[in-house]
Design a protein around this ligand. Structure first.
Ligand code: BES
Ligand code: MN
Ligand code: ZN
Length: 507
C-alpha cells in the first residue's frame, strides 16, 4: 500500500473515492459540508431521507456525485459528536478502509484525519491512521493453500490535513505510524505461526534476517554457550524438548557510542505445554503464543531501526520450548541460576520466569540505562486486567510512568500493579533460595517479585502481556501488542536524549 498526505478541498480531489464523516444524528462533518455545498445539497438530501443516520460502523457509498471530482463519495458514520474519542476515531478509519477495500477503486482520499479528537494532535491522528489501516488489512494466510483474493484491492491512500502548515508534521507522523505498523505486523506474523514452524531456531533466523535488512548487530548463543555462562534455569526449561534452545541478542546502535542502552528482554517460549506440570488440553494450542514477548522485541527493534531512532537499544530473547520429555525438569528439582541464586521448581509450568531470570542476569553486561521485559507470563494477569491493559510492574517509579505514558500515547495501554516486598514471602522455599511459584493469590505480582530478585542492579520494568498479546475465539490471532507501547517508549527516550540536560529537568 502506498500512502500520502495532502491538504486541499474535498470536492476537488481526483480520486476513486473521497471519504467523509457523518455524526449521529445526521450531522455532516466539516469536509462533508464542503462537498454538500459543491454538490448542491446532495448529501443533506440523503440524510433527510433517512438513508444515513451517522451511526458508528455504518457507511454509504455514492457514485457520480455532481459537482465533485472524485468518482465516489463514501459517507462514514462516526457516532455522536460528543462521544467521538480515540476509540471512535480508530473505528471510523477501520470501517472506511474495510469498505474501500471492497469497492472497485484502487485509491481513497480520507478526510477523517481532519476530525477533532479531544487532546490529540495531527501527528497522533496520522500515526494512528497509518496504524489502523495496516491493522484492518492484516491477513495471516501464508499457511492456507487457497487465499481469499480481494478482486480489486486498495493500492493507495491519502490522508488529508486541514492546514498546509501541518503537512510536514503529518509526513513525519506517517513515517512513524508505518514503522510501528511494520513492527506490529512482524510481531503478529511470528505470533500466529505454529510451534512446529516457529521454533527457537526459527526465531534466531528471523533475528538474523532482521539484523541484515535493518543493519542491526546480532549474536545467537547456543546451548553450549549458555552452559558456559551458567544459564541453568533457562536450560532446565529446555531439557524436556528436542528443539535446541537459542539465546538471541540484537543491537540497534542509533545513539552516541558509549551511551547506556535501553534493554528489551522478550519471553520466547515457542510452545508451552507446561512441561511435567502438563497443562489441560482445551486451548493448549494457544500456547504457541507464548513467544509473543520475543516477537514484540523484534517488532519494536524493527520499528526503531526504520525510524533510525537516535538511541542505543539492545533486544534479548531467551527462547526454548517447554515440553515434558524424559529428561525434563521435575517438580521439586533445585536449580542454580546464572546469578548464583537457587530455585526450587515446584511447578514446571511457571517456566517463563525461569528463562527470564537468566536473561535478566545476562543483561547486566550491557550496563543498561534501563531494562524492560515483556512476557506472556501469568494467567493471573488475565484475571486481574482482562484483555484491555497490559500488566506493568517496576522497581523504579519514573520508568513505570514512562511506560504508562507511552501506553496512553500509543493507545496500547498498560496498568500498574504493586511490586511490594510484602509479596516476596509467598516465594519462600524450604529447600532453595526461592520457589518458582507463589500460590494463587496475586499470581501476576508474585511472578514479578520473582524477577525482581534478579534486577536489583538496574532500573527495571516488567510488562505482562498474557491478556493482550493475542485474541481467542473466532477472531483468534496475535495483536502485535505491545509493539506500539514499546516503540513510543523508545521514541520518547530518543527525543529526551536529544534535548540538553537542562531542558530535560524543566520538562
Ligand atoms: N504462558 C503461561 C501464562 C499464560 C497462561 C498466558 C494462559 C496466557 C494464558 C505461563 O507460562 C504459565 O503457565 N503460568 C502459570 C503460572 C503458575 C503455574 C504459577 C499460570 O499462569 O497458570
Ligand atoms: Mn507455563
Ligand atoms: Zn509460559
Amino acid at each position: 500500500m502506498e500512502f500520502s498526505i495532502k491538504s486541499g478541498s474535498p470536492e476537488k480531489q481526483r480520486s476513486a473515492c473521497v471519504v467523509v464523516g457523518v455524526f449521529e444524528p445526521r450531522k455532516l462533518s466539516a469536509a462533508a459540508e464542503v462537498i454538500d455545498h459543491a454538490a448542491n445539497q446532495f448529501l443533506s438530501d440523503i440524510l433527510r431521507r433517512g438513508d444515513m443516520e451517522g451511526k458508528a460502523g455504518t457507511s454509504l457509498l455514492l457514485h457520480g456525485v455532481a459537482g465533485v471530482e472524485a468518482d465516489r463519495i463514501m459517507l462514514v458514520g462516526l457516532g455522536k459528536e460528543k462521544e467521538f474519542r480515540e476509540k471512535e476515531y480508530r473505528a471510523a478509519l477501520s470501517t472506511a478502509v474495510r469498505q474501500l477495500n471492497e469497492t472497485g477503486g484502487f485509491d481513497g482520499t480520507l478526510y477523517l484525519t481532519e476530525l477533532g479528537v479531544k487532546k490529540r494532535d495531527v501527528a497522533w491522528k496520522i500515526r494512528q491512521a497509518a496504524f489502523v489501516v495496516q491493522e484492518t488489512l492484516y491477513r495471516f494466510d501464508s499457511l492456507k493453500s487457497k487465499k481469499d483474493e480481494v478482486r480489486r484491492p486498495l493500492r493507495k491512500l491519502t490522508f488529508c490535513v486541514t492546514r498546509r502548515n501541518e503537512l510536514a508534521t503529518a509526513e513525519a507522523a506517517l513515517a512513524e505510524g508505518l514503522a510501528i505498523a511494520a513492527g506490529v505486523a512482524l510481531a503478529k506474523d511470528l505470533g500466529n505461526l505454529p510451534g512446529n514452524i516457529c521454533t527457537p531456531s526459527y526465531l534466531a533466523d528471523q533475528a538474523r534476517q532482521l539484523a541484515k535488512s535493518h543493519n542491526l548487530g546480532v549474536d545467537i548463543l547456543d546451548r553450549a554457550d549458555m552452559e558456559k555462562l551458567g544459564m541453568n534455569t533457562l536450560l532446565s526449561v529446555a531439557r524436556g524438548s528436542h528443539e535446541p534452545p537459542k539465546f538471541i541478542v540484537l543491537r540497534h546502535t542509533g545513539g552516541v557510542s558509549g551511551a547506556k542502552p535501553v534493554v528489551l528482554v522478550g519471553k520466547g517460549i515457542t510452545f508451552d505445554s507446561g512441561g511435567i506440570s502438563l497443562k489441560p488440553g482445551p486451548e493448549m494450542d494457544e500456547m504457541k503464543y507464548d513467544m509473543c514477548g520475543a516477537a514484540s522485541v523484534l517488532g519494536a527493534l524493527k520499528a526503531a531501526a526504520m525510524m533510525k531512532l537516535p538511541l542505543n537499544v539492545v533486544g534479548v530473547i531467551p527462547s526454548t520450548e517447554n515440553m515434558p520429555g524424559g529428561a525434563a525438569t521435575k517438580p521439586g528439582d533445585v536449580i542454580t541460576s546464572m546469578s548464583g541464586q537457587t530455585v526450587e521448581i515446584l511447578n514446571t509450568d511457571a517456566e517463563g520466569r525461569l528463562i527470564l531470570c537468566d536473561a535478566l542476569t545476562y543483561v547486566e553486561r550491557f550496563d543498561p540505562d534501563c531494562v524492560v521485559d515483556i512476557a506472556t507470563l501469568t494467567g493471573a494477569c488475565v484475571i486481574a486486567l482482562g484483555h484491555v491493559t497490559t500488566g506493568l510492574l517496576a522497581n523504579h517509579d519514573g520508568l513505570a510512568r514512562e511506560l504508562f505514558d507511552a501506553g496512553q500515547e500509543s493507545y496500547d495501554r498498560a496498568w500498574q500493579l504493586p511490586l511490594l516486598d510484602d509479596y516476596q514471602e509467598q516465594l519462600k522455599s524450604n529447600f532453595a533460595d526461592m520457589a518458582n511459584i507463589g500460590g494463587r493469590p496475586a499470581g501476576a505480582i508474585t511472578a514479578a517479585c520473582f524477577l525482581a530478585r534478579f534486577t536489583e542492579k538496574y532500573h527495571w520494568a516488567h510488562l505482562d502481556i498474557a491478556g493482550t498479546a493475542w485474541r481467542s475465539g473466532k477472531e483468534k490471532g496475535a495483536t502485535g501488542r505491545p509493539v506500539p507501547l514499546l516503540t513510543h517508549f523508545l521514541m520518547d527516550r530518543a527525543a529526551r536524549a536529544r534535548k540538553p540536560a537542562r531542558k530535560r529537568k524543566q520538562a
